[in-house]
Design a protein around this ligand. Sequence first.
Ligand SMILES: *[C@@H]1O[C@H](CO)[C@@H](O)[C@H](O)[C@H]1NC(C)=O
Ligand SMILES: *[C@@H]1O[C@H](CO)[C@@H](O)[C@H](O)[C@H]1NC(C)=O
Ligand SMILES: *[C@@H]1O[C@H](CO)[C@@H](O)[C@H](O)[C@H]1NC(C)=O
Length: 344
Amino acid sequence: MLLTPLLLGLTACVSALGGHGHDSTFNNPIFPGFYPDPSCIYIPERDHTFFCASSSFNAFPGIPIHASKDLQNWKLIGHALNRKEQLPRLAETNRLTSGIWAPALRFHDDTFWLVTTLVDDDRPQADFSRWDNIIFKAKDPYNPKSWSNAVHFNFTGYDTEPFWDEDGKAYITGAHAWQVGPYIEQAEVDLDTGKAGEWRVIWNGTGGMAPEGPHIYRKYGWYYLLAAEGGTGVDHMVTMARSKTLSGPYESNPGNPVLTNANTTSYFQTVGHCDLFQDSNGNWWAVALSTRSGPEYLHYPMGRETVMTAVSWPEGEWPTFTPIAGRMSGWPMPRDAKDIRGVG
Ligand SMILES: *[C@@H]1O[C@H](CO)[C@@H](O)[C@H](O)[C@H]1NC(C)=O
Ligand SMILES: *[C@@H]1O[C@H](CO)[C@@H](O)[C@H](O)[C@H]1NC(C)=O
Ligand SMILES: *[C@@H]1O[C@H](CO)[C@@H](O)[C@H](O)[C@H]1NC(C)=O
């Protein structure tokens, strides 16, 4: 009889694709449209959920937060910036390129921390008042009221992120105003008051324009520093350095850039401004921004979107990233899939 072997064949096919019931393929962009500068974390203690924050410039509500259980189905769960009193000055910044640049989302002490910059892009780079660096925190990112008002700290730059060292001390790393250099700087900061220590240069990048978007990961006895260079156009790239101590000196990865679509004819151009996170299986993933503008890079009506890729990071070595394309295949998707709160 014909039907039985056909059904058996179908069953075998489905289970080979799915492994333990989950696919390892996904499509980019994971967040289509205006979601630049993604920063993502995986929080096992919050019901095994991935959370991401994106830049929102002058839009209000600002700083969208996405959540997922399986890296395939994402839901916009709210906005960190959702009440005027959190940051009244947002209403006063002019220019499309002003407003909220590059939030960094992290989880520490059972609290979500979000560090970012409100930029007045019509003021000179070296003007201290151009860069309003701010800290938000929340216990429950699903509840808009849980997000605090902004706590301000002084830094003449942008792309700021919090990092807690082994001793519990908090540091902020950021990109110094790029026209006036130097580049990646760091200071100890009291995240509750915004009181900052002395800013020190920890890395100048590999020579690309505007080293920015720094993220630090303590892994395998090293502090790994991830950054973006080349500007957010077609030369955009992701580079890495590492050090045995948080304050440096950081040595560049000889294999830089670790991720870029520069000098390719890919439909996905301007790949950069990356963040890394690990899933429940210990597998590494990266998110970055990209424009679907290739190969000509003339028009990209969808703006800067969020893309994702699989990363292989053997112990003690430099990570390797799968180049960004539309149809991706990566690690088996996490098995914790359950609906995000609020989804039927
Ligand atoms: C930031 O700098 C200004 C001007 O020097 C100062 O008045 C203010 O107290 C500083 N803020 C913090 C949080 O240190
Ligand atoms: C970075 O470059 C500046 C000059 O712009 C230099 O003073 C500084 O020593 C350099 N820092 C590092 C860590 O390479
Ligand atoms: C792209 O090619 C140019 C010209 O050869 C080169 O200078 C640049 O470093 C390349 N960019 C990347 C990110 O590979």
